[in-house]
Design a binder for this molecule. Structure first.
Ligand SMILES: C[S@@+](CC[C@H](N)C(=O)[O-])C[C@H]1O[C@@H](n2cnc3c(N)ncnc32)[C@H](O)[C@@H]1O
Length: 250
């Protein structure tokens, strides 16, 4: 009898203590091609998904935001563009290489105010209780080892009346479309990864991790179990991705 706890890493089951390092290594390897790969793999549709996400959040300028697993700052930059220059947005990511790409990109775009870049894990956020009005996580939760802990941390760092938003790959709700999507995911994406990022394994992990991620309804249950109220979701592109939202009590 052993106490070893395992978790998903793509289609493999690995020791829970190993997953974080394996995921961190993947994003360190792909960081320099990350933004280009998103455009190529999704034919640019990820931009529309992210725009829908920001529209749903409807950021207000007096709010304090934390974007967890914020990577190269794509969501944070969109929030900043939609709100105001004085907006306060903290980007938190476990991976210094992703944060560094993001910081360089924002400097290139002339953005110097309003963004804080913090290295930390979603499962134990380096922020006091009730620090933020809005918590966002986009294409991040799938990669976190202990998703329940990450959701509880989201609840902890939000103020009363705070808003939680998650954008993540989900379950396609149309059988024919699902078949085509699955064929594309498994046969094409790893090849694009090999060609552009020179890393087939990283993109094989991506498609496998999408299959292992909870369904829309399962994620609703997990978000409620973390303490959130008024939890709901919206499918985009037949459920290829979904936006989940929830509120902390007033
Ligand atoms: C697919 S990228 C998403 C980046 C960005 N949110 C976007 O939408 O473009 C996933 C990010 O999650 C980060 N990540 C993985 N595990 C994490 C964890 N436990 N805590 C915080 N960030 C994590 C990775 O380093 C990576 O930057």
């Amino acid at each position: 009898m052993t106490n070893r706890s395992t978790t998903d890493f793509g289609f493999q089951d690995v020791d829970s203590s190993e997953k974080t390092n394996l995921v961190t290594d993947i994003f360190r390897r792909v960081a320099s091609n990350y933004d280009l790969m998103n455009d190529v793999m999704s034919f640019g549709i990820h931009r529309w998904w992210k725009d829908q996400f920001i529209q749903k959040i409807a950021p207000k300028k007096e709010e304090k935001f934390v974007d967890v697993a914020g990577g190269t700052g794509d969501i944070a930059l969109r929030l900043l563009n939609k709100s105001a220059p004085e907006t306060d947005i903290t980007i938190c990511d476990i991976n210094p290489a992703m944060l560094e790409q993001g910081r360089a990109r924002t400097i290139d775009q002339g953005v110097i105010k309003g963004l804080q870049w913090v290295c930390g894990t979603a499962e134990s956020l380096p922020f006091p209780n009730a620090s933020f009005d809005v918590y966002t996580i986009a294409f991040g939760l799938r990669n976190v080892t202990n998703k329940e802990s990450a959701l509880k941390e989201a609840f902890r760092v939000l103020k009363p009346g705070g808003r939680f938003y998650c954008l993540e790959f989900s379950k396609v709700n149309h059988p024919l479309f699902e078949k085509a999507y699955s064929l594309y995911s498994f046969n094409v994406i790893p090849k694009i990864g090999a060609l552009i990022a020179k890393d087939k394994a990283a993109y094989q992990y991506l498609v496998e991790s999408i299959v292992r991620f909870p369904s829309q309804e399962e994620l609703v249950t997990m978000i409620k179990e973390a303490g959130f109220a008024s939890v709901s979701y919206q499918n985009l592109t037949q459920g290829i991705v979904a936006i989940h939202e929830g509120l902390t009590a007033q």
